[in-house]
Structure formats: structure tokens, C-alpha cells
Design a protein around this ligand. Structure first.
Ligand SMILES: NC(=O)CC[C@H](N)C(=O)O
Length: 511
């Protein structure tokens, strides 16, 4: 079998990543050798994967999660093109794991053929190796301004003759109009590949929804392949919904007497926000993403997460009054932790000719280090220890500590120091450290003490188990709520013949 499917969405955050992961898990459980794929991802949430040469490279976090759903180690080919936005107008281009260039609207066109050819070649190799490859689209396939040269959505489906399903988020409303409009704005050729729809995040009465499903099927000639219920356990790696004001997950009640309140500053170019998810997995730890200085005043622990744009996010921190709130929190003796870009912001100074080109910028001066940016990106999977517990993490950064000899937070297995501690202020370049269970427990215990909070960490939270369970939930959702027979047929046999065309089709360019 050389099966395939494109999971497209009516919008970003409609549930493509989650549905792709769920389909992957369901197939994997049924003994299918399945791999995930996203030709091009735009995200600052990445993981480090070791390439065939043993060197570290980056792919989008969602494809690493989907690989896990397939029972596979992540592979650079699962996400050959990763665009990491550093501003509204420019992104770093990561091709098969390696940062090769910076794109702006101006030069994307000239770069695109190379990106597309790499994506096509990569998918070809995956299809030769696996029984099925489940491809995730990006944004909406009906972005009519981007249709020309598209290699992520229908462009990819056309090239490989893949059937496509379109998932829509009913929680936002307008899902039927979105399905109809998405289909009707595609060319006849593309419409022929769109086999049906999936409704996501449904929380009402199925009886009330059903007439709508029947009508959209009558209007488009395509079935609704299933309705996935809103599920409160589906929150890990939910990167598109990292809106400020969000509380991560649904942690259980505290193991001890009080909750520990964690405020994570929702930086404009936040990267690897999953560092905060590991904290939110602990019972009694409430993790809130915020842009409000007032929220910091109430927090026990404040986290400055990673950032793809350290210097400009630091300027934003100052403009919004958050920098003062961070300082006041630290001055009160309460714990503050900076991860990667957030760590860099806590330094005395940041010398950056690479990411921002701003030269020297004063940092918040809360940790006794100086940071300098190097053109070469550090990409590593790292192991060591901290607070007497083993720690694993991964590193994705241009900036490095170029001065200062702080008390380290961590040590690499070889003994090299990493990160810094100054009383109640902590920093490290490592992402993922809080996924190490014993280290997380010890860190939260110290943090609670410094915050004067009667919080007791649960003795037995295993982050890896929680992740595994979340993937199983996704597999269950697909198995229980989708027409899996229809899905299987699509994946195995390809597009359905004779699907009707819905006018007007792709609009002609206006010259
Ligand atoms: N992952 C991060 O937070 C990166 C930090 C910073 N932008 C750097 O490249 O060094």
C-alpha cells in the first residue's frame, strides 16, 4: 500500500494538527506503517532532531508530536520546510532542519521553487518507505492569493494525487459557510480531490447538528466524515491557540494545600511555549499566559519563555510595563525563570548583530551574564543534571553566554556549566528541561518555598505518560467519531471519482 491523505482546514487552528495526529495514531494501532508530513510549517515551536549525519536540525513541534503518534522517532523529512517568523515581515527559513536564509515577502517567490522541490522529493521518499503518509495542510487551501506556487495544500495534493479532507472548527461558528466557501473557491481540478469534511470541537446536541450535515452534503455532494467532540484533554502542543489570557490544560486540584500560580509572559514572538505545558501537567499548578502586568503581581512563579526575536520582544516587555512587573516580582524575592530567549532578556547585556542587528542592548540585569549572538545556530539535544536530578533538554539558539561566570542552574553530563541562578532568578538556554519529572518536582518545590506558597508537588506525575495518553485520546476520537471505513478507503484508494463541481471555482486573477 502506498496510501496518502491531505488534511486541510478551513482556518488556522481548525484542528489539522490534532486530526492528523489522531489519524496517525489510529492507523498505527491498526498495524499500518504510517508517517506524518507537513511540507511547510510556519511556527516558532520546533524541536531538535538528529539528522542522518548525527547533526541536529529543527522541525515543527506538531510533526514531532505526530511522529510520536505513529510510534516513530521524529525525522527531518516530516517537516522539510519550517518558516520561523522573527517579525511580521520576515522569517528564518529552515530547510531539512537547517537554517539557510531569511525570507521576506520580496524574496519568497524566488526561493519557493527550491523549497517546493525539496518538499516534493521528501514526500516521494517517505511514500516509498511507509504504507501511508498523512499530510497536514497549512492555513486554508482556499487562500486564493497564495494559490499560485502552492506546495503545501492543494498544490501538494495535485502533485501526488492525494485525496483531501477539510476540517472546520464549529466552536467558532460559521462552519458550514466555511466548508462551502473553501470548496467553491477551489478550481475544478482541486475540488475533484476534496472528498469530504470533518467537524471539530463540537459541544452540542448531535441531533441538532445532523440536518446541517445533510444539507452541506446535498449542497456539495460530499459527506461529513465525522464530528469530533470538544475534548478537554486535547491541549498539548496546541500552538495556534496560545492566545494570551489562556490557562494551559486542566490541572487537577493541588496535592497539598495551595495552588501554585505561574504566569508565563506571552511574548509576541514566543517560541517553544511547550516549556510551560510541562508545568501545567502538575496537579495544583495553574499556568496562565499573560500580557498584563497585573497578572504578574499575583503570580508565585513568573516565566519568560523562549523568543524568536529576543531584542524586539524585550523592547515590547519594556513598552508594556511588563519589564517593571518582572523586576518587582524578582525584587520581592519570588521565583523568576527565563528559558532561552527569556534567559537572554534577564542578562546584563545582549550583543546582537545577527537576529535584530541592534548591536548592544541592555538586558534586565537580573542575571550576571552577557549574551552575544552568533551567526551559527546551536542545535543540540542535551543531557545533564540540575538540583541533583537528571535533566534532558534541547537547544535552539544563536545567542550564547559570552561573559560572566554565574552559579550554573545545570551541568552537562561532561561537567560543563549551563544557565544561571542568582537567588530567586533562574535562566537556561535549554528547552524541555521541565519535562524531566524529578527536576520539575524539585524546581517547583524550591519555587513554592521562595514564593511563600504552601504548595506540595505531586510525587508521581510522569510527563511522558501524560503525552502518551493525550495521543491515545486522539486515536480514540478518530476511531469513535469518524467514518473510519470511508477514511481507510480514501487513504488506500485515493480520490473519489465523479465528485460534483461547485461553482464559481477559483477566481481568475484580476489584472
Ligand atoms: N529558542 C529561543 O528562545 C531562541 C532565543 C534567541 N532568539 C536565539 O536565537 O538565540
Amino acid at each position: 500500500m502506498s496510501g496518502g491523505l491531505l488534511v486541510a482546514g478551513t482556518t488556522s487552528d481548525a484542528g489539522k494538527s490534532v486530526l492528523t495526529a489522531g489519524i496517525c495514531r489510529w492507523l498505527h494501532r491498526n498495524g499500518v506503517r504510517v508517517a506524518p508530513f507537513k511540507a511547510q510549517n510556519m511556527s516558532n515551536n520546533s524541536v531538535v532532531v538528529l539528522g542522518p549525519d548525527g547533526r541536529g536540525g529543527e522541525i515543527g513541534r506538531a510533526q514531532a508530536m505526530q511522529a510520536e503518534a505513529c510510534g516513530l522517532a521524529p525525522d527531518l523529512r516530516f517537516n522539510p520546510v519550517l518558516l520561523k517568523p522573527g517579525s511580521d515581515r520576515s522569517s528564518q527559513v529552515v530547510l531539512l532542519g537547517e537554517a539557510i536564509d531569511t525570507v521576506t515577502a520580496g524574496n519568497y517567490r524566488s526561493l519557493r521553487p527550491r523549497l517546493a522541490e525539496t518538499a516534493y522529493a521528501t514526500l516521494t521518499s517517505l511514500r516509498a518507505e511507509y504504507d501511508a503518509v498523512i499530510c497536514e495542510g497549512a492555513g486554508s487551501p482556499a487562500e486564493i492569493n497564495l494559490r499560485e506556487g502552492d506546495f503545501v495544500n492543494m498544490g501538494l495534493a495535485r502533485r501526488f494525487g492525494l485525496p483531501a479532507i477539510v476540517v472546520g472548527d464549529i466552536d467558532r461558528g460559521g462552519v458550514f459557510a466555511a466548508f462551502f466557501g473553501t470548496l467553491a473557491l477551489l478550481s475544478a481540478q482541486d475540488q475533484a480531490l476534496v472528498a469530504g469534511f470533518v467537524i471539530n470541537k463540537f459541544r452540542g446536541d448531535l441531533g441538532l447538528l445532523r440536518p446541517g450535515n445533510d444539507m452541506i452534503t446535498a449542497a456539495t455532494g460530499r459527506p461529513v466524515h465525522g464530528v469530533l467532540p470538544f475534548h478537554r484533554d486535547v491541549w498539548l502542543d496546541a500552538e495556534d491557540s496560545l492566545a494570551y489570557g489562556t490557562t494551559l490544560g486542566r490541572p487537577g486540584p493541588p496535592h497539598g494545600r495551595e495552588w501554585l500560580r505561574v504566569a508565563v509572559v506571552r511574548l509576541p514572538r514566543i517560541s517553544n511555549a511547550t516549556d510551560a505545558e510541562a508545568l501545567a501537567a502538575e496537579p495544583g499548578v495553574r499556568v496562565h499566559l499573560t500580557v498584563e502586568p497585573g497578572d504578574l503581581a499575583d503570580a508565585d512563579l513568573v516565566m519568560l519563555p523562549g523568543s524568536k526575536a529576543t531584542v524586539s520582544d524585550l523592547a515590547w516587555l519594556r513598552e508594556t510595563g511588563l519589564a517593571d512587573a518582572v523586576r518587582a516580582h524578582a525584587a520581592a524575592g519570588k521565583p523568576l525563570v527565563g528559558v532561552c530567549g527569556g534567559y537572554q532578556m534577564l542578562a546584563e547585556s545582549i550583543h546582537d548583530e545577527v537576529e535584530s542587528g541592534h548591536g548592544v542592548t541592555p538586558g534586565l540585569g537580573l542575571l550576571p551574564v552577557g549574551i552575544t549572538f552568533a551567526a551559527r545556530k546551536t542545535l543540540a539535544r542535551s543531557e545533564g543534571s540540575a538540583l541533583g536530578a537528571p535533566v534532558r533538554g534541547y537547544e535552539i539558539h544563536h545567542g550564547f553566554v559570552s561573559s560572566g561566570e554565574p552559579e550554573p542552574l545545570l551541568r552537562y553530563d561532561g561537567g560543563e556549566p549551563e544557565g544561571a541562578v542568582a537567588g530567586n532568578v533562574y535562566g537556561t538556554h535549554w528547552h524541555g528541561a521541565f519535562e524531566s519529572d524529578e527536576f520539575r518536582r524539585r524546581f517547583l518545590t524550591v519555587a513554592a518555598r521562595q514564593a511563600g506558597r504552601r504548595f506540595t508537588v505531586a510525587p508521581d506525575t510522569r510527563y511522558a505518560t501524560i503525552r502518551e495518553r493525550a495521543l491515545d485520546v486522539l486515536g480514540d476520537l478518530v476511531a469513535e467519531h469518524l467514518d473510519t471505513e470511508a477514511l481507510w478507503r480514501l487513504i488506500e484508494k485515493g480520490p473519489v471519482a465523479g465528485l460534483p463541481f461547485v461553482p464559481p471555482g477559483a477566481p481568475a486573477p484580476v489584472r
